[in-house]
Design a protein. Structure first.
Length: 364
């Protein structure tokens, strides 16, 4: 058993709708977009993953299709998710090791996930070669990554604005007290930008271009202290059908995102209404913490502060808060009661016609 454990390697995975990050030995070794390119004629044939697949997105011919395996924070395409996880794990060791390691994985999941969706994550990890799988709710991982002591009897509100969902969670005593999740996040922001350019400039653009606009001039306020410069955007004119270029400012993007950000504000207020009074008092003193890719939107903290009248803190390196917290939880999985543990065992079952191995999981 000791020798078996010698070949066991630990990795923490933030399996996100937009990006997948992997930590190994306290370092982020993989940070890739959650997208794969597959052969249409053979769905098991993986052509590209991550950045390479993203470069092919919306540019493919009839023999290739690009797939985002996760939608709204959960696995939507099991086959694509399994292939993606398996391929990204290979990037942990660029040079193939002499002995293939046995993986102990911790994967963070949305707090609003169903049992069926949880099983899909677990099964994908198992098929990718995991010996043990630990599941951790994203708000707990984000809190650990920010540096909050989740076990103390003090309330903290974590707002995680990811790619598919925004989770608003109140944490105290190593548990989730109340939780509010809405499917308005980075993907919705991207769709808003595409719609705004179509409506106001009669310009049709793709997801990749809209994503670049969001990164370069994305804003939650029309009045910023350090505004970004306008950027040139290329697309197809809806009237003439000819490619054209327009200049886009951060004010236009802020206007386009206004309705989606308003929905996030309403969800935060709803979560605060459901918070017990003693924990609400703690939140008043400590403020709110925002993390995830959406936290990088310029002026978002100021807009939330003006609406909610509470201090809002943006996490350091918000894109990596969740995966860093997942790594911390993996190191101390025996310490934290909120970690869900699954172990995969090999068991022979007798069949008159075959002598196959069956894999089943047990919750320990």
């Amino acid at each position: 058993m000791g020798l078996f454990n010698f070949f066991t390697q630990e990795i923490a995975i933030d399996l996100g709708t937009a990006n997948t990050l992997i930590i190994h030995n306290d370092e982020v070794v993989v940070n890739e977009p959650s997208i794969v390119a597959l052969d249409r004629n053979n769905p098991k044939n993986l052509l590209a993953v991550g950045k390479k697949a993203l470069m092919m997105h919306e540019k493919t011919h009839e023999s290739i299709r690009t797939v985002r395996p996760l939608r709204d924070g959960v696995i939507a395409d099991f086959n694509a998710a399994e292939l993606m996880i398996r391929e990204l794990i290979k990037l942990v060791y660029p040079k193939k090791p002499l002995f293939a390691p046995s993986w102990r994985m911790m994967i963070c999941i949305p707090s609003s996930i169903t049992e069926v969706e949880k099983r899909a994550v677990r099964d994908s990890a198992e098929q990718a070669g995991a010996k043990e799988v630990y599941l951790l709710h994203e708000p707990m991982a984000a809190a650990l990554g920010i540096g909050i002591d989740v076990e103390e009897p003090i309330g903290n509100m974590i707002i995680d604005i990811g790619g598919g969902t925004t989770g608003i969670t109140v944490i105290a005593l190593a548990g989730i007290v109340c939780d509010q999740s809405i499917r308005v996040a980075g993907d919705e922001f991207t769709a808003d930008i595409m719609e705004a350019l179509r409506r106001y400039h009669s310009l049709l653009i793709g997801e990749r271009t809209a994503e670049q606009i969001k990164i370069q001039v994305g804003a939650a306020l029309k009045d910023l202290d350090n505004p970004p410069e306008d950027i040139a955007v290329n697309g197809r004119d809806l009237v003439t059908g000819i490619p054209k270029q327009v200049m886009v400012s951060y004010q236009e993007v802020a206007e386009a995102l206004d309705k989606s950000i308003f929905k996030i504000e309403e969800a935060i207020l709803k979560a605060l209404e459901a918070t017990p009074p003693e924990l609400a008092a703690d939140i008043y003193r400590r403020g709110l913490y925002i993390t995830g890719g959406g936290a990088l939107l310029r002026g978002l903290d100021k807009r939330l502060t003006a609406k909610i009248k509470l201090p809002v803190h943006v996490a350091d390196d918000p894109l990596k808060s969740v995966v860093r917290g997942t790594g911390i939880a993996l190191k101390n999985y025996d310490k934290y009661p909120f970690v869900m543990r699954y172990k995969f065992l090999l068991q022979k079952f007798l069949n008159p016609n075959s002598n196959r191995l069956r894999i089943f999981s047990s919750n320990i």
